[in-house]
Write a protein that binds this ligand. Structure first.
Ligand code: SF4
Length: 207
């Protein structure tokens, strides 16, 4: 079902990038289960949202900024937007995360999607942003470059396509990711993989 009015939440893109099955369980099947990681993440975002806007020298900081892109059909909220006064002004999005920096692009994709929204809403170019990690208490600067834009646009398109299909895909192969997943109990990836293996063996002998 192609729903051209559907809008995907920015936070959902991170689910899709982490595991398309997790994305489908949450956003198609409406399944959710909090674990320690998600509870800590919610608490962190509440604290960040509670902050007030402020001006320091030539930089204005705005918190909990609402975002939307009609082109990509995505929307959400930005933790922190730093605006360096100038002509034109420079926009610098900052997203807060509870964990630590990751090799994979999951968090960077969400940040880049924020940048895409900002560019559309403020008619600006956003070339850099940052992820702030609670566990290590530091910022990771992220270039919003061509490669990140491409992987982000692919994730957005993939997430819309998956919602159109209304079908939950099978578990991913990366078992380490499953061990840290908040939906592991609902997903039952090992059971699913075992069933698939048994079905495959049955097919071999039936052939
Ligand atoms: S348990 Fe694994 S396959 Fe299942 S949703 Fe989580 S990451 Fe995806």
């Amino acid at each position: 079902m192609d729903d051209s009015n559907r809008i995907i939440l920015l936070s959902a893109l991170q689910h899709y990038a982490y595991c398309p099955r997790q994305f489908a369980l949450i956003h198609i099947e409406q399944a959710w289960e909090d674990n320690r990681f998600t509870a800590e993440g919610n608490l962190l975002h509440k604290r960040v949202d509670a902050g007030v806007s402020e001006q320091r020298h030539n930089i204005r900081s705005e918190r909990g900024v609402l975002l939307e892109s009609r082109q990509y059909r995505i929307k959400g909220k930005m933790d922190l937007l730093e605006i360096e006064q100038g002509d034109p002004p420079r926009y610098f999005p900052v997203e807060y995360k509870r964990g630590k920096p990751k090799v994979e692009d999951w968090d960077r994709i969400q940040l880049c999607a924020q940048a895409l929204c900002l560019e559309e809403m403020r008619n600006a170019i956003v070339d850099e942003g940052a992820l702030w990690y609670w566990e290590v208490r530091r910022r990771e600067h992220v270039a919003i470059d061509g490669a990140l834009r491409q992987v982000t646009q692919e994730s957005i398109a993939g997430a819309h396509k998956l919602l159109d299909s209304c079908k939950t895909p099978p578990p991913i192969a990366d078992k380490r990711r499953c061990r840290a997943c908040s939906l592991r109990n609902l997903c039952e990836p090992d059971l699913f993989r075992r069933d698939q293996t048994q079905a495959y063996i049955r097919k071999l002998f039936d052939a």
